[in-house]
Design a protein around this ligand. Sequence first.
Ligand code: NAP
Length: 438
Amino acid sequence: MTELRTLKVALLGCGNVGAQVARILIEDADALAARTGARLQLSGIAVRNVNAPRDVELPQDLFTTDAETLVKDADLVIELMGGIEPARTLILSALRNGACVVTGNKALLAQDGPTLYEEADKAHVQLSYEAAVAGAIPILRPIRDSLSGDRITRVLGIVNGTTNYILDQMDSTGAQFADALAEAQRLGYAEADPTADVEGHDAAAKAAILASLSFHTRFALENVHCEGITSVSAADIAAAKDAGFVIKLLAIAEKLSDADGGEGVSVRVHPTLLPREHPLAAVRGAFNAVFIEAENAGELMFYGQGAGGTPTASAVLGDLVSAARRLVLGGPGRTETTTGHVPALPIDAAVTSYYIGLDVADQPGVLARIAQLFAEHGVSIEIMRQTIHRDAESNVESAELRIVTHRASEAALAATVEAVKGLDVINSVTSVLRVEGV
Ligand code: NAP
C-alpha cells in the first residue's frame, strides 16, 4: 500500500467549536485519511491562554500562543477564534502562504469578505466557510455546487437560533418579548448581550453570504435591510396566530424585476408572517432552516442545528476534507462565481404581502373607506377581518380590523399606511408586518 501524504492542519481557537474540531481530527484520523487521500495532522492549536481548561482533553504540547508561526507552516488553516483581528490578518497570511482556509467567522466575512475572497482567488487556494451560515446545515455547498446548473429565485432562511427560540416561546406560551429573552438567556440560547441576535445583525451577515452565493454577486452587509424582533409584541403574535400565521425572523434574498424589465436582488432581514402550514413554520426552538426556490429544482428545504460546538464542527470538517482533497488532487482552488452583476435593491423596491392591524371606530361605511384607500394606492386586499370590542367602562364600541394584502411594493404599502393613519375613523395602526409564503 502506498504511503499517504501528510497535510499539516493549524487550528486557530479551541473554544466551543475548535475543541470539537480538534477532538474529531484526532479521534477520526484514520477515517478522515481514507476519505481525503492524505493524513490530516493537527500541527498545533493557537489560543490566548494555553493553560485554560478545555471541553476536550487534548495533548498539551499542541497548544501555543504563537498563531503566526503556526500558520506559516500549515497546508490547511482552520480559523475558529471569531472576531475581526487577529483572525483577519492570520487568514490573509495563510492564504498568501498558499494554505487553504476554513472559517466559521460570519462577522469577519460580512465585514471584509471581498478582501479575503480576492486573496484566495489570487493564491488559487480554497477559502471555505460552511459553518458561518446555519451551523451544521450543509447549505452553502448545495447552493454553490449542487445548484450551480440551476437559477435560484428566492431564499428564505431561519438562520438565527436565538431569535427563533424567542419567537417560538412567544408563540407557544403567549410570553412578551422581554420574558422570552430572559428565558433564552437562562437556558444559554441567548448571550448576556443579545444585541447581535435580537437586532438581526447576525442574520443580516448570513443573509449577505446566502445572497452572494445564490445570485453570483457579492453583496455586502450594507446591502442588507435589517430589522430585528425587539418590537414584536405578544399582541402581534396572538393576532398572527389567530389569522393562521406564525411570526419568524427571516433572512430573505430574492430576485425581483422592475416595471422596465430591470432585475435586482432584495436582501433583507425582518420579522415575517408565514402561514402555519409553510415548511418554515414548523421550525421550532433554536433550530435553523433554509428554504430555497429554484427555477428547475423547485422548492428545497435544509433543516438542522444552527449552532453548538459539535454540530458546527461537522460543517468545519466537511470543508476541511473538501479542501484537503483538492490539495491531494491538485488543480486550482474552487472559487465562487461572481458573474451575476445584479444590483442590490433598496427596501422600497421589495415586493411582498403585508399584514396590517387597525383599531377603527365601529361606524357604518368604515370598511368601504379603508378598502377604497388601499385601492387608490394600488394595494389590493386579500383578506379583511373585523372583530368588535366593547370598552367595559365607556361602553364605546371599536373594531379591530385585520388586513392581509396581495403582493405590493414596500413604497406603495408605506404610502397606504400613511394615508390610512390620516382617516378620522382610525384610532391606531396596531401592526404592520410583512408576509411570505401565501
Ligand atoms: P469561543 O468559544 O469564544 O472560542 C474562541 C477561541 O479562540 C478560544 O479558544 C480563544 O482562546 C481563541 N482566541 C480568541 N482570540 C484569540 C487571539 N487573539 N489569539 C489566539 N486565540 C484566540 O468561540 P466559538 O463559539 O468556538 O466560535 C468560533 C467561531 O465559530 C466564531 O467565528 C463563531 O462566530 C463561529 N461559529 C460558532 C458557532 C457556535 O455554535 N459556537 C456556530 C457557527 C459559527 P482561549 O480559549 O485561550 O480564550
